[in-house]
Design a protein around this ligand. Sequence first.
Ligand SMILES: Nc1ncnc2c1ncn2[C@@H]1O[C@H](COP(=O)(O)OP(=O)(O)OP(=O)(O)O)[C@@H](O)[C@H]1O
Length: 313
Amino acid sequence: MWTQDPAMKAMFRVLERVAGDDVTVLVRGETGSGKELVAAAIHALSGRRKGPFRAINCAALPSHLLESELFGHARGAFTGAVRDTPGHVQLAHRGTLFLDEVAELPLELQAKLLRVVETRTVIPVGAREPVPVDVRFVSATHRALRKEVEAGRFRADLMYRLRVIPVFIPSLRERPDDIPLLVEKFMAERNETSRRKVERVAPAAMTILRRYSWPGNVRELKNVLAYAYAMGDGPTLAPADLPPELVDPKLSGAELVSPSPASEAHSENPEARRILEVLGRTGGNRQRAAQILGMSRVTLWRRMRELGLAEQA
Ligand SMILES: Nc1ncnc2c1ncn2[C@@H]1O[C@H](COP(=O)(O)OP(=O)(O)OP(=O)(O)O)[C@@H](O)[C@H]1O
């Protein structure tokens, strides 16, 4: 992981210290900030590094599919279940299971996950016998889990189980000194594979990159560089190579989002705020907004509906 931010370095020291124990780690950070990378680093630093590392996004599937993906199912459990199928928990045996967006796990599956964490066994859907599993759990969320508990959406007992070691990844805008470092790293990667070879970033372009608010964090920075490589030519990365909404102050920044009553009501929710900000910058273009946020258009639409933003776009 590339960083020179003191808070990130301190977080890394914590990870190095705890990776070897089987304690659960809960990573909190905005979308694209590197939560999965942190989970993979914990795995790589642990004694389980030769075992599997599996990741599942708890927000990506409807409840019944997620249950079977996570815990597996027995033959005949439902129409189409033609054979016993292990879920992610079993597939991560002797390794690490990364539960991304764990706060989105429905309550009934939280109960089932709690049993797995406590008993170190899993009962696949439609099966009778528990199967012993040896898994290290690392979870992540962009939400404050304690608030989810207070609101009755997340079980307190599961939170305590999953959050033995809590770590926080600052957003990219909170660590602007990481921007040149990450630009350098991603440029080196792109120079290997791309037709264009960039040798330097024009100071004006770097100023733009450093001033931008990066709602999609490191993933967005990576995407912006991909754009710059594709759109520009020559050895110098210039402001003109950058996406227009980064360059034109009229197109960038949260102040463009008209403060409608609905967006004010959502100003407490960081994800809603971020989505509104990006939609403001893209002039309501959802395809482009989804790209910036590093999610599919369908996911963006679903999140907007869930957050009550759909009527505004
Ligand atoms: N410090 C870093 N150094 C190098 N690459 C990074 C760093 N942080 C993030 N990345 C890269 O940025 C991208 C997004 O990171 P990652 O998938 O870990 O984010 P995330 O927080 O898990 O995102 P999401 O919340 O959307 O699941 C990945 O390609 C990852 O390799």
